[in-house]
Each structure stands twice: as C-alpha cells, then as structure tokens.
Design a protein around this ligand. Structure first.
Ligand code: NAP
Length: 262
C-alpha cells in the first residue's frame, strides 16, 4: 500500500459518535495526525470532551449525511454509535453505499447470554414481562422509558445521565455515569430491594458490573436484545478500527478507493 504524499490532502474521517469507543477512536486518530470530526446527536447537554472537530445535531436523514460527507470532503465514514442507535446506523450504511466511501462499523461485542436471563426483543416487551409488584432497576438510559411509565403496578428506580422529559412522579431517579463496581451495584440492588433489572445488551464494560451483582443476589435480568443493523464491515475494538483507518489513510486518493476489506 503506497503512503500518502505531500500532494494528497490530509486524511479526513467522520466518526458517528456518542459512545466511549467513539471518543477513544477520535483520540487515537487525532494522535495519529488525522483530521477527525465526531458527530453527536446532541442528546446529552454535558457530553464528555472530544479531541478533533465536533458537530452536534442530526444530519437530516441519509440524504443529509450524504451531503455532509461530500461537502465536508471526507475520505471515510466510521459508525461508532451505540448498538441500539439503529436509525443513524441505517442512515450511515445508506450514505456509505451512495457515496462509495470506505465504511466501518465499530461495535463492541454483545454480552453473552447468561442462564436465567429473560431476553426480549424490545423495550415494550421488557415492560410487559415485569410481574405486578416488581421492584425494578431500569438501566436503559433516559430514552425509551415510555412503556415502563404505563406500569404503575411496579416500582421503578431509573438510572440515567440526565433527566428525561416525562417521568412518573413516584419513580426514583439516579443521575450517574459509569463505570460502576460490582460492590456498588450490589449495594444499590439491596438498598432498593430490587427484584428485576432491565438492561439493553450494550456490551459496555463500564456498566457490566450490574449483571454480576444481579446474578449474585438472585435479581431477574430482563435483557433487551440488540436491533438488527444493515450489513457492514465491522470491528469490535478501537485498536482494530485504528488499524483499518491507518490502512485507508495510507492509500492515496482514499476518498475514491475501495479496498476489499470494506
Ligand atoms: P437513533 O435513534 O439511531 O437516531 C435518531 C436520529 O438522531 C438519527 O436519525 C439522526 O438524525 C440523529 N443522530 C443519532 N446519532 C447521531 C450522531 N452520532 N450524530 C448526528 N446525529 C445523530 O439514535 P439514538 O438511539 O437516539 O442515539 C442518539 C445518540 O446517542 C447516538 O449518537 C448514540 O451513539 C448515543 N447513545 C445511544 C444510546 C441508546 O441506547 N440508543 C445509548 C448511549 C448513547 P438525522 O436523521 O437528522 O441525521
């Protein structure tokens, strides 16, 4: 693979972010001298700091992303969004197909299913699965709480980073950002006499301790399975994503080249 030379514009990549992995990849790419822009949806009022450029807010669907990619002169697109952010991932796959840009999805592996988990396909099914009288730790963030708000027969402790717009008055809200330790998670489950833990299968190590804590205390885990995403070249680690980027950045005219790995 030939190195980029002085006449080749600096390799410019757009990362679709909102995850710890996206931030780590941006850090590594900026450190490698690449021109990086991270796109954030703007859901969190106080996002953690990011190196490189940051753009905040939606693109206006796949067509808007296509326009942004072309006008921004990007050489590659990396979808490093949360595994449950299905709409932006579908738009990214479509935008990559239309523009022909090298496209990578960085997605951490899902947590392997444990004995005793109740695996459900969505949040509505998770809410419906709870027995009347359950004491629930809702660890799904602040999006998607609506189906649980229609279960006044259960008691909810909801953990999130920022307050949602509509939350029932009798819920207990915990404003916390991981990582969490297993000891702290066991204290929390005991303190609130939790019988059921509802989680999305994000696979994030920073919030995995709750699963071991629930298992130790006999708390039922209701695990929401990941949504299906369009096929894409996918890697599971920041190191693998950086290797992919470096390989593409070393290719002259990376904006038009399509290595076999994509
Ligand atoms: P989503 O349902 O897939 O996306 C809805 C719309 O939000 C998209 O169509 C897009 O608007 C905009 N959007 C989403 N992610 C964006 C990004 N990184 N940059 C620019 N626009 C973005 O997404 P979501 O589930 O609401 O998640 C929003 C963000 O929060 C994502 O960046 C994701 O990584 C992060 N996050 C999500 C979860 C979760 O559980 N879903 C958890 C942690 C973090 P346009 O169509 O106008 O472009």
């Amino acid at each position: 693979m030939s190195p980029r030379n002085a006449d080749t514009p600096r390799f410019r990549a757009l990362i679709l972010g909102g995850t710890a992995e996206a931030r780590a990849l941006a850090q590594a790419m900026v450190a490698a001298g690449l021109d990086v822009t991270t796109a954030l949806a703007g859901r969190t009022a106080t996002p953690l700091g990011l190196p490189g450029h940051v753009r905040t807010g939606g693109f206006g669907g796949a067509q808007g992303m296509i326009t942004a990619l072309i006008e921004g002169g990007y050489h590659a697109l990396i979808d490093a969004t949360h595994p449950f952010a299905a709409a932006i991932s579908a738009n990214a796959a479509e935008a990559a197909a239309v523009t022909g840009l090298p496209f990578l999805r960085l997605s951490r592996p899902a947590w392997p299913e444990r004995p005793g988990w109740l695996v459900v396909p969505g949040l509505a099914e998770a809410a419906a699965s709870l027995p009347s009288g359950a004491s629930v730790l809702l660890a799904i963030g602040r999006q998607g709480i609506a189906p649980f708000a229609s279960r006044p027969d259960c008691r909810f402790v909801a953990r999130m980073i920022e307050a949602p717009d509509n939350v029932p008055e009798d819920w207990t809200l915990l404003f916390e950002r991981g990582p969490f330790t297993r000891e702290a998670e066991m204290r929390l489950l005991r303190e609130h006499r939790i019988t059921h833990l509802v989680s999305k299968n994000s696979g994030a190590s920073a919030v995995a301790a709750k699963l071991g804590a629930a298992e130790r205390l006999g708390v039922t885990v209701v695990m929401v399975a990941r949504p299906a995403l369009p096929p894409a070249h996918e890697v599971a680690t920041v190191a693998a994503a950086l290797a992919w980027v470096t390989a593409h950045a070393g290719t002259p005219n990376a904006s038009t080249s399509k290595p076999a790995s994509t």
